[in-house]
Design a protein. Sequence first.
Length: 434
Amino acid sequence: MTTRNEQLMELRNKHVPQGVSLLNPAFIAEAHGAIMVDVDGRELIDFAGGIGVNNVGHSHPKVVAAIKAQADKFIHTCFHVAPYESYIELASRLNELAPGKFEKKTMFANSGAEAVENAVKIARYATKRPAIVSMENGFHGRTLMTMALTSKVKPYKLGFGPFAPETYRIPSAYCYRCPYGLSHPGCNAACAEQLDHFFTGYVAAEQTAAVIVEPIQGEGGFITPPPEYFAKLQQICRKHGILLIIDEIQTGMGRTGKLFAIDHWGIEPDIITTAKSLAGGMPLSAITGRAEVMNAAHAGGLGGTYGGNPLSCAAALAVLDIFQKDGLLETSVELGEKLQKRFREMEQKHEIIGEVRGKGPMLALELVKDRQTKEPATDEAKKLTRICYEKGLVILSCGSFGNVVRFLMPLVITGEQLERGLAILEESLVEVMG
């Protein structure tokens, strides 16, 4: 007798294109906090968080209540046609919360990729320059422009070209696998200083509108720059009149123990993009930036039919309340400390863990076959995610070699759920190592 999951998988394969990937074969019937329950009644501990979307947890009561209350009033009018207060209130709160002691303005779109697209549009319009510089190992989306900015070819770019022009890429601050063969701190953050040299041989500084970078590279493997990196990067950008766009789509909304991850480096971006956990599971992204930069485009040049829809704005306002009034940032910090301790202990015991990295509870394990050669343990990472799933834990791999295991569990996960998940993870690691 086939299970309901198997029946749905058969229907999925019949009706949904293969390009829409499927990482786990469980179809979810309900989810609350850090627990998902599939259609066959099996419980799964969620260490993936919908790829960083569920920081406040699945179906948070305050988010659900806000969505229901708004749905009873109206669902859609299009902000361009018949505006509403929640859009303005949310923009105001983000302008206040985003880093930077200057006047800011915010607009809304639907997805992270849309946020990046709009940030690029705004930067080009404001500077009257065409070029955008992104980072190796960076991920910014799957649209035409964001594919061009994204580094990883398979599966995100293969066969989908040609890509948007005037996009360039420099090495990122991947200290574990330094592209210059250097080591920190003796390197003096050469990866940041490379930007100045880049303007000589690849694209002129006076033709460059913006540099876009994730504070911690998400899909790229949770690559975390050293303390001085962003200050040097911003200094070079300012010297040449180039805007610095910080992509907080995966790192934002408390993921690293701060509302915005870039606050760890004390940087004030010209433009900052947020999405994923911004609206607690509802589709919403934001582009927040210096008022004069955001105001540059002419009326009608920015926007979209669904951008900042009322349900998502209501959900996002509830999310901000949860962080600001319910102490979720403090919870995030505590969770990060617990995870750091446990992962460091695992690193000492298991040779397969080459590096533990990240900030707060946004942490990852880079798996290697040998700590000396650092040969990526790609197959082992795949096997680990499969074994964990079979034991009731959902985790995700990432990284340019697919050998990094990342953790994006809801910040509201209980102590018992966390311990159970970590026990499954370590038990599965041992099994993978044979």
